[in-house]
Write a protein that binds this ligand. Sequence first.
Ligand SMILES: NC(=O)c1ccc[n+]([C@@H]2O[C@H](COP(=O)([O-])OP(=O)(O)OC[C@H]3O[C@@H](n4cnc5c(N)ncnc54)[C@H](OP(=O)(O)O)[C@@H]3O)[C@@H](O)[C@H]2O)c1
Length: 214
Amino acid sequence: MTRILITGANRGIGAAMAANAEARGWQVIRATRAGQGGDVTMDVTDIASIQAAADALDGPIDILINNAGIIGPERQSTLDMDFDGMAKTFAVNVAGPLAVSQAFLSHLRDSDSPRILTISSQMSGMGYAKSDRIAYRASKSAVNKVMQGLATDLADVDIPVALIDPGWVRTDMGGDEADLNADDVAAGILDLAARLTPTETGKFFIWNGEERDF
Ligand SMILES: NC(=O)c1ccc[n+]([C@@H]2O[C@H](COP(=O)([O-])OP(=O)(O)OC[C@H]3O[C@@H](n4cnc5c(N)ncnc54)[C@H](OP(=O)(O)O)[C@@H]3O)[C@@H](O)[C@H]2O)c1
């Protein structure tokens, strides 16, 4: 049975992926912050909490989904930046996914078919120059680079690492005006997770499975 660990699994896209994975008959490990009802508890900015969760978990993990993320501070313009908020955004959105991937690597190595997926954003794109929410945009560009590097470093052990653009999704983060339903996006991401092979490592995919440019 496929065993999947999802961070930020208590609401939004993470909760939708957890429900979809359960409906597929997969064993789901919901990673949440304390008090949110998860199967394992971690704050992705707290390395000790991530390591404690990894140490307490037995058995292989087939799919790790780095989903937890934040949009960042109110004041995040290049001309007027809340730098503490910017640092927090990078801690959650960039260092967090790498720290979780490192901590659970031994569980992934114990799987016959391990995969790592990280939820990035279309706002990471370097091909256009929009500047609103620049701390968030920059954090997603940075996590793309970090995960591309992880893909390179795990290529020889056949652990594919992929990045996902989930589109604009109706969640607390995406708001009510977003055009996509979290359940549809979750289903698309898990279809991709189920079929991802080592030959596709380091790629950036739209939630519907199409490859896209960085
Ligand atoms: N919604 C969109 O349109 C959209 C578009 C592009 C990319 N994304 C990305 O998709 C992912 C999920 O977004 P969403 O829309 O589902 O967001 P959401 O509804 O705001 O949910 C965010 C999740 O991340 C968790 N989280 C935040 N900080 C954390 C921390 N320090 N440690 C552990 N968990 C933490 C939250 O837990 P708590 O409940 O404890 O806060 C929550 O479960 C994010 O990476 C986001 O950047 C979303």
